[in-house]
Design a protein around this ligand. Structure first.
Ligand code: CP
Length: 302
């Protein structure tokens, strides 16, 4: 059985194939019929985009859908996520889309499964591979190649699963990735290449903004005048290259990491990302259920 838990497990070729498959689905609407295939969406943390775009992707593929959340699943009675996944497998479910707060837990759970595919829809501060793939798909519509493309990821890098997934993937594809963050929110395990927001806006083809992940901060508190120091202001947007684009995984905190009027400006692709999320998630489901990935989840060591 195949899983999508980390962008680090994908080859460059596999990432490119996801983009190609999403493009085929978007252009031709050509999909595999998946009647009598059950998907379970397990969301133990809030979500608007990921949860609903998976739901729409599954419906468009003709799948039957079971919804589980923190309130109506037996996780509230102390069942482990591993046992919940084994239960779904025993019931004949083929796909589980999982968002939950514990970093890295899905790697362990995947080892005990033989007929259920897992998609990581965000695990703590770990990864968000499907967001990364839809971001890459959005970028691929604007630029002919990732090779030497200058991308800046700006914001709360340390607590962002989107930053981690995109850093792995963009570097694999040959992009030059820089980061902007206040010192306490930097993560040297992702990169040591930190620049200022002014430098980022002048040099980047893609400026990817991130929300401050207050819910994951042990010690809260914003860093000074965040918008002026680290955010995208109108002044900075005017210094960006003419064909540069602005991305944000959303939800957006208007007026914090981006000036409100820029959310839908000419350079912004923020709502396009959401639309691209549906076709990319269809591509991901098809790819996994056809068994087209190489990575083996056996003998995982934490
Ligand atoms: N980008 C993203 O994951 O959004 P949601 O939390 O709304 O799913």
């Amino acid at each position: 059985m195949q899983h999508l838990l980390s962008m680090n497990h994908l080859t460059k070729q596999e990432i490119e194939n996801f983009i190609k498959t999403a493009r085929t689905i978007e252009c031709d609407r050509g999909t595999l019929p998946m009647e009598q295939t059950f998907a379970s969406n397990i969301f133990l943390e809030p979500s608007t985009r990921t949860k609903n775009s998976f739901y729409i992707a599954e419906r468009r593929l003709g799948m039957d859908i079971l919804d589980l959340n923190g309130v109506d699943s037996s996780v509230t009675k102390g069942e482990t996520l591993e046992d919940t996944l084994k239960t779904l497998e025993a019931l004949g479910v083929q796909l589980a889309v999982v968002r939950q707060p514990e970093t890295g837990i899905l790697q362990q759970a995947a080892q005990g499964l033989s007929s259920l595919s897992i998609i990581n829809a965000g695990d703590g501060t770990g990864e968000h591979p499907t967001q990364s793939l839809l971001d890459l798909y959005t970028i691929s519509k604007e630029f002919p190649s990732f090779e030497n493309l200058r991308v800046t990821i700006a914001g709360d890098i340390k607590h962002s699963r989107v930053a981690r997934s995109n850093a792995y993937a963009l570097e694999k594809l040959g992009a030059k990735v820089s980061f902007v963050a206040p010192v306490p929110w930097r993560d040297e395990s992702i990169s040591t290449d930190y620049i200022t927001m002014d430098e980022a806006c002048v040099q980047s083809d893609v400026v990817m903004l991130l929300r401050i992940q207050h819910e994951r901060h042990v010690i809260g508190g914003q860093q000074g005048d965040y918008l002026q120091e680290f955010g995208l202001t109108k002044q900075r947007e005017q210094r960006m290259k003419d064909d540069a684009i602005i991305l944000h995984p959303a939800p957006v905190n208007r007026g914090v990491e981006i000036e409100s009027s820029l959310v839908e400006c000419r350079k912004s692709r923020i709502f396009d990302q959401m639309a691209n999320g549906v076709v990319m998630r269809m591509a991901i489901i098809q790819t996994l259920l056809k068994g087209e990935l190489a990575y083996e989840y056996k003998n995982y060591q934490q």
